[in-house]
Structures are given as structure tokens and as C-alpha cells.
Design a protein around this ligand. Sequence first.
Ligand SMILES: [Zn+2]
Length: 354
Amino acid sequence: MERTERVKEYLRAVPKVELHVHLEGSIRAETLLALAKRNRVALPVATVEEARQWFAYRDFAHFVEIFATVSTCLKTAEDYELIAYEFGAEMARQHVRYAEVTFSASMHGFTLGIPFDTYFRGLQQGRARAKVDFGVEMRWVFDIVRAARDGRLVERADYTTALALECRREGIVALGLGGSEAKGPPELFTRWFEKARAEGLHSAPHAGETMGPESVWVALQQLGAERIGHGVRSIEDPRLVAHLAQQQIPLEICPCSNVCLGVYPSLEEHPLPRLYKAGVPFSVNSDDPPLFNTTLNDNVYALYEPLHLSFEAIDEILLNGVRQSFLEAEEKEQMEREFRGEMRRLRGELGLDE
Ligand SMILES: [Zn+2]
């Protein structure tokens, strides 16, 4: 096998962590069609091929619209259990051992009127079965949706924060902030993040994806962000890049998503190598893999080709996923030891240490 092929095999098989992935954006096209059929929801597409074409985005607003439409296909606890369980199966296939999964609770409970007990029971059931069947550990990030068709920002933010706090001992680790950055700047959400942090949740808002570095500064200063979802446009402000590196504030980078939504025209033009060189810590993630026709492994390969990082550097980025997670310190240490051991073994098997 050529060396490049062996490196790719290594990157496919190496253990991983995923910190930025949306459950609703991870539903397979086949499952989406089956859910729409069994719940009698009319979708604009009838086949997997048509669904893939439907997922060809014009811009972020188009993506948000599809994300919301996909969510209308979920009705019963069994539906939620199915998507959480299938998510675990897909993680296992890609050798992901642990995932912090974003779920937009207010869209289901508040906008679509699904009772909390229904969707959360399903999610927890799917999570538990995925752990037993695949050994994949999952935690939840409940994100406040910045702007929705109902316009009721305060009620949605109250709803999400209250539930995230109530269930923080049942696998919810952080409060997130998602949806259209242009329609909901971070400063509007300060009080909910203050409350969540004061009561023990972590802070992991999206910022610096469709909006510029100013949104990242505000997320840090007003929302107490411990990690930034995306944050790639921090590269436009050298002072911010230096701050992230000095303070070791991690970004959750999703290269294929950024290209798919037109944040950057191609992977070759993605700022990831420059952020790496500047010492900004980050993990690599998939965001909404089937909606972007990608996988976590595709995002990891992209670091090697076309982004030209060495595979030793990629190992450190994969371990960042463990170190930057919201697991307890001892859990992180143990997972990092296991990952390092498996990395050594795989390198040996594939002759990558020569
Ligand atoms: Zn995201």
C-alpha cells in the first residue's frame, strides 16, 4: 500500500471524538423519508437521490429552512430514539468513541409542540442503546435558536435554558447558541448564558461562522464561551487570533460545512492551517454530515489532503477533541491514554513509524 493510502487507512481507523454535530442535521436521507412516510409529513422529495439534491445549499438561510423542515418529520418518542440510536451507529462506524451532540430543544418543544417528555425520553433511550450496542458515549448540548419563524426569542431562550438546567444530571453538558448569526447577535443572549454558567452548565455558542470576529469577541466576553462553534472567521482579526492562542480557547472547526455553506470557496482556501500555525487550539468536526454530504472522516482526511497537515499534527488535533470535551478531568485523562495506545498500535500495524 502507498504511504498516502496507509495514512488514510490510519485516519479512518483511529479513535475519535466529535464535539460539534447536530442531531437533527445527522438524520440519514433514508431515515428521513421513512419518518416522513410513517408520520404522514409531506416532503418536497420522495427518493434518496432527490433528497441529496434538495440538500444542495444556496446559502445559510436555505440550510436553516431545510434543517427546520427535517425536524417536522419527528413526532413520537420512537422517532427520537431512532435518530439518536442511528447517530450512535454512524459514530461507531467512524471509530468515534464520544460525542457532544447539539439538539435544538426549543424547535421540537416550543415551535413544533412535541412534549419534552416525548422527545427527551426517546433521545435518552437511543443514547442508552447506542452505548450498549456500540460502546459510543454521547452527551447533549441544548442550543438556543437565535431566530425562528415564531419570533418569540425570550420564550425560546427561557424554555431551552430551563430544560438544560433541569436535566444537567441526565447527560446535558452545555448551553449552545445556534441558527442565523445575522438575525441573532450573541449580546441578546447574555442573561441566559449567565444563568446556565452560574448553575453548572458549560458555554459553547456558535460564533464567527457567517459573522465576523466581533461576534467571537462578544461570545467570549458576554457569554463566557469556553469553546466557540466554528469561530473560523477569527482569522480576520490578528488580535483575536493571538487572544485565542494565549488563552487557549478552542474552536470547533468543521471544514467541509464551511465550504458547503460558502463561508470559504474551497478547502484549499480554508484558514485552518493558518489557525494551526498561530497556535489556536481546535478540534475537527462534521456539523451536519448527511446534509452536507460529508462525514467526520472526510473532515479528518481534509486535514491531510488538501490542507497538508502532517499526520502527527492530526493526531494532536484528534486528541484535542478529548482534551477540549466537557468530560470530567479523570475521564479525559483515561480516554487520552486509550487513544494514544491505539494510535501507537495502529501506526505500528500500518508501518507508519518508519
Ligand atoms: Zn453547528
